[in-house]
Design a protein around this ligand. Structure first.
Ligand SMILES: *Cc1c(COP(=O)(O)O)cnc(C)c1O
Length: 406
């Protein structure tokens, strides 16, 4: 629940990913100090008040939905990596986002949401929040002035994603943080694609960082999880009022898998980036390809911002093909790829690729119209191929794409 180390920012990400939160080592202690504590209950429950409202930061464990030693370790490590005061883990990235929204927004409040973000978040904001009396304005978050124009006296939260899934547009975090704070609102940043190795949104002014742990942090595609990182006081309220009562807690065994994956986060991200650089350069030259987007390339329209704000450009890229060839190319790739898997999701050690048709996404998730729909279409054409470049040999990945693209 809390981050014990005094001066954790002195250590680099590669070290923190292995050691943060593990505490001091007594002689004879196991070096792997992170077992999966598969227990629902703890002895001496009388030491804790029976209501979640009485939970204090130093209370002993009571019930695993409230807290658990494996989750504590994961939360300390995430807080250390993000330079936040505290972290809370959730059952999935969506559980983390929905909990944060329901915690910070009440009937009559206003949310400013990036109009390009994870489809599930867009659908939550479009379909569910208005039913609770929460007003939502979706804006082009690549333009801070569009966020400024959307602010209202009732705006409580600005939520953005950078890089944004699936087209990898970027948001200027310090600029947007200033606008949110000037308007009396808080800023949350979904940093799933960048990971803390690329960007530390809290150091850039964000109030909350949100992660789907299911992606790069876990890294192996074998556990779902989510997290919110931020100030201890707001997170203590989020834990008591939301995690405990809405109940989206992470399973200790999933936390153990995610901790295991996080041990190699920094070197994995370096290799994801190096492989993505090679694949991007290959795709950019391919005659079927219209555009390719990867923040690390000078070809990315926001490359300057990427250089300012990211210390690693991640392994996710997207590309589109010449007009009319999207669906047939998707079919060829699904049929012919042998190293890449044609599958959803991202951030796994193994390479993944998936085609997202623009009309479908605009209709089912983003519901953009007019200029916003045109802007998305300019970027994505008739559909975008989202490529999660894995840790295989880069030459093998390129040969696989080359054989399949023809
Ligand atoms: C996958 C993803 C989510 C949702 O996370 P789950 O763990 O699948 O619930 C949220 N944001 C981004 C950017 C994602 O890629």
């Amino acid at each position: 629940m809390k981050t014990p180390e005094a001066d954790r920012s002195a250590l680099a990400d590669a070290t923190l990913s292995l050691h943060a939160g593990a505490g001091s080592r007594q002689s004879g202690a196991p070096v792997n100090a992170s077992p999966a504590f598969s227990t629902n209950y703890y002895t001496d429950p009388d030491a804790v008040g029976f209501s979640a409202n009485d939970l204090t930061a130093d209370a002993p464990h009571f019930y695993t939905r409230w807290g658990n030693p494996t989750l504590d370790l994961l939360e300390s490590r995430l807080a250390a990596l993000e330079r936040g005061e505290a972290a809370i883990s959730f059952a999935s990235g969506m559980a983390a986002v929905s909990s944060l929204f329901l915690q910070t927004l009440r009937a009559g409040d206003h949310l400013v949401l990036a109009n390009i973000c994870y489809a599930g978040v867009a659908e939550l904001a479009n379909d569910i929040l208005p039913g609770y009396g929460i007003e939502v304005t979706r804006v082009d978050a690549t333009r801070p002035e569009a966020i400024a124009a959307a602010m209202r006296p009732t705006t409580r939260l600005v939520h953005v994603e950078t890089p944004a899934n699936p087209i990898l547009t970027l948001v200027d975090i310090p600029a947007v943080a200033r606008i949110a704070h000037d308007g009396g609102a808080e800023l949350s940043v979904d940093s799933t694609i960048g990971t803390p190795v690329a960007t530390k949104p809290i150091l850039l002014g964000a109030d909350y960082v949100v992660h789907s742990l299911s992606k790069y942090l876990c890294g192996h595609g074998d556990a779902l999880g989510g997290a919110v990182i931020g100030r201890a006081e707001s997170l203590s309220r989020l834990r008591k009022q939301n995690l405990i009562h809405l109940g989206g807690c992470l399973a200790p065994f999933s936390a153990w898998l995610i901790l295991r994956g996080m041990e190699t986060l920094a070197p994995r991200m370096a290799l994801h980036e190096a492989n993505a650089r090679r694949v991007e350069a290959y795709l950019a030259e391919h005659p079927r390809v219209r555009s390719v987007y990867w923040p690390g390339s000078p070809r990315h329209p926001q490359h300057d911002l990427a250089v300012r704000q990211m210390r690693n450009f991640s392994g996710l890229l997207s590309f589109n093909v010449k007009d009319g060839q999207g669906p047939s190319t998707a079919r060829r790739l699904a049929d012919r790829l042998r190293v890449f898997a044609y599958a959803v999701s991202l951030g796994k050690a193994k390479s993944l690729i998936f085609y997202i048709p623009t009309d479908d996404l605009l209709r089912s998730s983003f519901r953009l119209e007019g200029a916003a729909a045109r802007a998305y279409r300019d970027w994505s054409a008739e559909g975008i191929f989202r490529v999660s470049v894995g840790l295989e040999d880069a030459d093998d990945l390129i040969a696989d794409l080359d054989a399949a693209l023809g």
